[in-house]
Design a protein around this ligand. Structure first.
Ligand code: F6P
Length: 398
């Protein structure tokens, strides 16, 4: 990433009234309360969650326990440098990422004992996966088979894109309160490079795809359907799915969420959904589809700081698809670039062709034309950046 004076400022949560500040000061406490209500944790874990609530709103960054299994990672990710500073002074990406790490510490996720490996967000993820909306989306799959190939391609790509609204952390904030289509004069899709994406994955072309997932449930299911479709059409002969090594950002997908999503497909009433579920299950079995959960996926750094093994892996693929808002922020350095800054410039660091499928739920944006930005600001002020009602499909090819 160009570190010249021209580089845009990194987001920090300090400015009262800013979106990052609202996340740290309001959304994180709401998430702790949601977790406290979701489980009969007992006094020890309740005390730990209360302590985190006090610390994340009025305290400073504290170190991890000396025996933390991922201590070496966090030391490499700058924990020592930020220890002792307030949550509102450190990079926003670090503050958010470390908050979720400490939340897992408080509920005993890493600690040998009765609560080890118990996902504090599982109840809300399962409720969403088994919702009536998911039933409708799965039932709608049967009609897709009657569509012309280009329309089916587009329907599955957009299913994966708009699935990104299934962000349960976002639902806790004022913006994300309801899964609604807010009336706005501005187009929902602000940038659309899908032609470049399809050109990289021609039918029968046998490409290799890497999809870096975001949320579980109603986002992961359409992501899996997109992968199944690309494999079935021979656009892709090999796919790698990156998940999180542990619960993260409320609804980010782990391997346990993948298995829940697969069973949701294989047990679905409709033949199309069941068929996709079976093929995905077989693809995992015969390694046509591989699952990865790299520690860096749940780390606080932008992608230009990724480790060599991950860089080498992304470089091996015909295309890497990054899903969601957080991955987008990490791709462009979580910097407040002018919105017309070319996407290709700020993603030049990425090792290979990269596509971002994202709904806008934070201030960071690049690759817009000036007329689009002006129209959005005239219609919505700055709300278009964080409302989750607009999206981009941005691709940097070869
Ligand atoms: O699930 P996504 O699309 O990565 O969105 C994450 C959301 O959480 C945030 O980090 C705010 O907490 C923003 O990036 C976004 O609003």
């Amino acid at each position: 990433m160009p570190d010249s004076p021209a580089a845009a400022p990194v987001l920090v949560g300090g400015a009262p009234g800013s979106f990052p500040h609202s996340v740290l000061a309001e959304r994180h406490p709401a998430i702790i309360r949601q977790v406290q209500d979701a489980f009969p944790y007992g006094p020890d874990i309740r005390r730990a969650l209360d302590a985190l609530l006090d610390n994340c709103t009025g305290g400073t960054i504290e170190p991890l326990p000396g025996d933390a299994p991922d201590l070496a990672h966090w030391q490499a990710w700058g924990l020592a440098e930020h220890t002792g500073r307030t949550w509102f002074e450190v990079p926003w990406l670090f503050a958010e990422s470390y908050f979720y790490r400490l939340l897992l510490e408080a509920v005993g996720w890493f600690t040998p004992g009765p609560w080890q490996g118990i996902d504090p967000f599982r109840p809300s993820k399962l409720a969403e996966l088994h919702s009536a909306e998911t039933d409708e989306e799965l039932a709608a799959l049967d009609a897709l088979d009657d569509l012309p190939p280009d329309d089916r391609d587009r329907a599955l790509l957009h299913g994966s894109l708009w699935g990104n609204r299934a962000d349960l952390g976002f639902r806790l904030s004022a913006e994300g309160g309801a899964d609604r289509h807010e009336e706005t004069s501005a187009p929902p899709l602000l940038a659309d490079d899908s032609d470049t994406l399809w050109a990289l994955l021609p039918p029968g072309g046998g490409a290799s795809l890497c999809l870096v997932a975001d949320n579980a449930g109603r986002e992961l299911v359409p992501d899996l359907l997109l992968i199944a479709h690309l494999l079935a059409t021979g656009r892709v002969t090999r796919a790698v799915l990156h998940l999180k090594p542990h619960p993260y950002f409320v609804s980010d997908a782990t391997t346990a969420d993948l298995l829940d999503a697969l069973r949701r497909l294989t047990d679905a009433p409709g033949e199309a959904a069941r068929g996709h579920g079976r093929r995905l299950w077989e693809a995992l079995d015969d390694d046509t589809l591989t699952v990865r959960a790299h520690p860096f996926s749940a780390g606080p750094l932008p992608y230009d700081a990724m480790p060599a093994d991950l860089r080498a892996e992304f470089a091996r693929h015909t295309l890497t698809v990054l899903k969601g808002d957080l991955n987008y922020r990490r791709l462009v350095g979580d910097r407040l670039w002018p919105p017309t800054t070319p996407f290709a410039d700020v993603t030049a660091h990425f090792p290979g062709p990269v596509a971002a499928l994202r709904t806008l739920k934070s201030d960071v944006i690049t690759g817009l034309d000036a007329r689009t930005e002006a129209g959005l600001t005239a219609a919505e002020g700055q709300r278009w950046r964080t409302s989750g009602t607009h999206a981009v499909i941005q691709v940097r090819g070869k």
